[in-house]
Design a protein around this ligand. Structure first.
Ligand code: ADP
Ligand code: MG
Length: 700
């Protein structure tokens, strides 16, 4: 194990605030520790002589070699208790006491103090406001929950302590065991990233599950999870997805929920399986802990019941798995083993009178087929079938083939002991075949994650000083909004822009148009940091012929004045006109998330971008393969590939622009938001014709 080994396996643990008062938290924790912990338990409480048969000490320092302390004293004396423990050499502290960041300003300042002490003494500190921690590996239940979890290979962290007790109770009913359980509490010091990193190095943890309401340090989490998820699956349910949920979460643990899209992109990039419900969290957790990964996407369904077989088939259709098509040999083998009325194609229907032997034969044949990667056994209770015998047969065959199997033994009490047999062997069982298939699909999804190759983001040769100069110039104008006057930023980062010039007189406009286009047409745009959407006020003139340039100049300036008399007008941009016939207007942009940093966006662009909302995002920095994926993810992807006989656009150019933009916004934290809209993509290349950004002067 890693850094937190002693936190989870202390030789000696002290309960600071131990008591035998009925119904108290201090008593519950002491009693839970006394029940099965392999190490020493020490009671600390100066007002007692004895607690539950333990001698009670006046302070942690009175006992040598305490590795960990669970702190349950009232909030007003928590800080002193921890300082005392730290000074006595205790490195690991679990703070159960509530009344910190979640409860007003006094609590918040107390939590700051807690952080300071932890930093000063380099403490591993869980909580405050935690239910505690569990390590079944050493029989340690340092929580005040009513039940101890069973031993298993899942490690689970939860931002809600109450949820931990519910989960343990429920999981015990289903033979679902845990290795470590952590109630994160307010995460003043240790947070989800620390436990992900720890469990990633823990040979006894096969699957990491998390119930999270927020992520403290988004980038740290992405980095830790990306490393760990290659070897150890991580499944997270993040609550507060909806706006109502987010405000509930914010008041719950004092957590401020980050933007939903940032989470989605970040968890995906980190290789985290994100689920929407608590049911999926534990369904996925138990199959990932109990079953191997499928080598094929083909699923075999073996059933004694037509209807449920069809339900299962539908579920396969809804998933990213497929219904396996059997080889001729397999079909022959089914014919030889099954009655004439049986369906020897997938789903294999072995008919309602099937005894266990027929299930056994059919599953044996199915699992041997090279096109089969996983199997679902779907059964309804009949007089000819013993569920218990079926469960044993499924367990044996699964072990023999070492392939993932899920079971759906429909029924109530008739299936109970069979389900016990299956779940003890790590084979998940469900009433609903759709859940069985979703679980198998989670194995497939994790297989893809575990095979992912991480590519370092590319670093291009750019002119960083020029870019800085442009940002500083805006700062001198005391403006935090920039428009096309900042096109030079893109040039400095190698993002192509059309030939253009900003002018502030009729005569200069005519001259610029002549230089740029000669006899041809140009595009003219008002340049003002106060006008965000130029087209909306008629501030963009496309296809201006040379004789109209001077009048158009006047016209644009007048429109700006009418629109907003006090608007700062920097001039008019005269821009090369692009041939839009074979072009796709895309958008490449960025906004900065408080937790995850810059998010890079790509999508269908143009003036209707808000209406169409066809975009996808990544947490920066964006690597080449990741940028390429973004192009395929939008609904308008076929347009880029050249729909209806058009030539495909220069996808490499778009991909490179996304990467260069990612580098720009990573290099300059001062850029808070940026839109290149449109980024015009044609078969011959890409051109950024418009830019708009907001800067934070403090960061310059
Ligand atoms: P805004 O977004 O402020 O309205 P843009 O500069 O994006 O202003 O221009 C609006 C639209 O005008 C673009 O979406 C594009 O269709 C068209 N356009 C702008 N510049 C050019 C150009 N150089 N060549 C051809 N079309 C252009
Ligand atoms: Mg625009």
């Amino acid at each position: 194990m890693g850094q937190l080994a002693t936190l989870f396996s202390p030789d000696r643990i002290a309960v600071v605030g131990a008591t035998d008062r009925e119904g108290s938290v201090g008593r519950a924790i002491t009693a839970n520790l006394l029940d099965g912990f392999e190490g020493d338990v020490v009671a600390v409480n100066p007002t007692k002589d004895e607690v539950l048969g333990l001698e009670s000490h006046d302070s942690v320092g009175a006992v040598p070699d305490v590795d960990a302390a669970v702190v349950v004293v009232p909030p007003s004396i928590v800080i002193d208790a921890i300082r005392e423990a730290a000074e006595a050499g205790v490195q690991n502290v679990v703070v159960i006491t509530a009344g910190f960041g979640e409860s007003g300003s006094e609590g918040a300042s107390r939590e700051r103090e807690l952080r300071e002490i932890a930093a000063e003494h380099d403490l591993n500190l869980v909580g405050p406001n935690s239910l505690g921690i569990v390590n079944t590996g050493v029989g340690m239940n340092a929580t005040f929950g009513p039940e101890s979890p069973q031993e298993g290979s899942i490690s689970f962290m939860s931002q809600s302590g109450a949820f931990v007790t519910a989960v343990v109770d429920w999981a015990n009913d289903r033979n679902l065991g845990f290795h470590n359980v952590v109630s994160l509490g307010n995460k003043a010091v240790l947070d989800e990233s620390d436990f992900v990193a720890e469990w990633g190095e823990d040979p006894d943890t096969d699957v990491i599950l998390g119930y999270l309401e927020d992520v403290v340090d988004g980038r740290a989490f992405v980095e830790a999870a990306r490393e760990v998820s290659r070897e150890t699956p991580i499944v997270v349910v993040k609550s507060g997805r909806t706006e109502a949920g987010a405000s509930a979460a914010a008041s719950h643990t004092g957590a401020i929920a980050g933007s939903e899209r940032a989470y989605e992109a970040a968890l995906d990039q980190a290789g985290v399986l994100r689920v929407e419900s608590v049911q999926d969290l534990f369904d996925f957790g138990s199959i990932l802990a109990g079953q191997p990964l499928p080598e094929q996407d083909g699923v075999a369904i073996v059933t004694n019941a037509g209807g449920p077989g069809v339900m299962t088939t539908d579920a396969v259709g809804d998933s990213d798995l497929s219904l396996a098509s059997f080889t001729d040999e397999t079909v022959e083998a089914f014919r030889a083993a099954l009655p004439d009325e049986a369906n020897v194609y997938n789903p294999v229907d072995i008919i309602g009178d099937a005894p266990v032997e027929r299930f056994e034969d059919a599953l044996d044949v199915a699992l041997a087929d090279p096109n089969v990667g996983a199997a679902v056994v779907v059964a309804c209770p009949t007089a000819t079938l013993s569920y218990d015998a079926l469960a044993e047969a499924v367990v044996d065959l699964q072990a023999e083939y070492e392939m993932p199997v899920a079971a759906t033994l429909m029924g109530g009490s008739s299936a109970r002991s069979a389900n016990d047999t299956l779940s003890t062997a790590g084979i998940p069982t469900f009433f609903d075949p759709a859940r069985a298939v979703r679980s198998l699909d989670a194995l497939r999804e994790y297989r893809e994650i575990s095979r992912r190759e991480y590519t370092e983001p590319e670093t291009f040769d750019v002119d960083r000083d020029a870019a800085r100069g442009i940002l500083e110039a805006a700062d001198r104008r005391n403006s935090n909004r920039l428009g096309v006057e900042a096109m030079g930023l893109l040039d400095a980062y190698g993002i192509p822009t059309p030939d253009a010039e900003i002018v502030d007189s009729r005569a200069d406009a005519v001259e610029a148009a002549d230089r740029i286009a000669g006899d041809g047409e140009v595009v003219m745009k008002i340049v003002s940091p106060d006008i965000l959407h130029k087209s909306d006020i008629g501030g963009v003139a496309v296809g201006v012929s040379p004789e109209d340039v001077a009048d158009t100049y006047e016209d644009l300036v007048t429109r700006a004045r009418n629109y907003q008399p006090d608007a700062t007008v920097l001039g008019v941009q005269v821009q090369e006109m692009l041939d839009m016939d074979s072009a796709v207007e895309t958008i490449a942009g960025m906004n900065r998330d408080p937790g995850f940093g810059p998010l890079v966006l790509f999508g269908l662009g143009g003036i209707f971008v808000e209406v169409l909302e066809d975009t996808t995002v990544r947490v920066a920095p964006v690597s080449e393969p990741s940028a390429r994926e973004m192009l395929t993810e939008i609904d308008a992807a076929p347009l880029l590939r050249g729909a209806r006989g058009r030539d495909p656009v220069d996808e490499d150019g778009v991909v490179e622009t996304i990467q260069r933009l990612s580098q720009l916004v990573t290099d300059f934290p001062a850029i808070v938001e940026l839109d290149i809209n449109p980024l015009v993509a044609t078969p011959d290349g890409v051109q950024a014709v418009d830019v708009r950004l907001t800067i934070d002067q403090e960061e310059l």
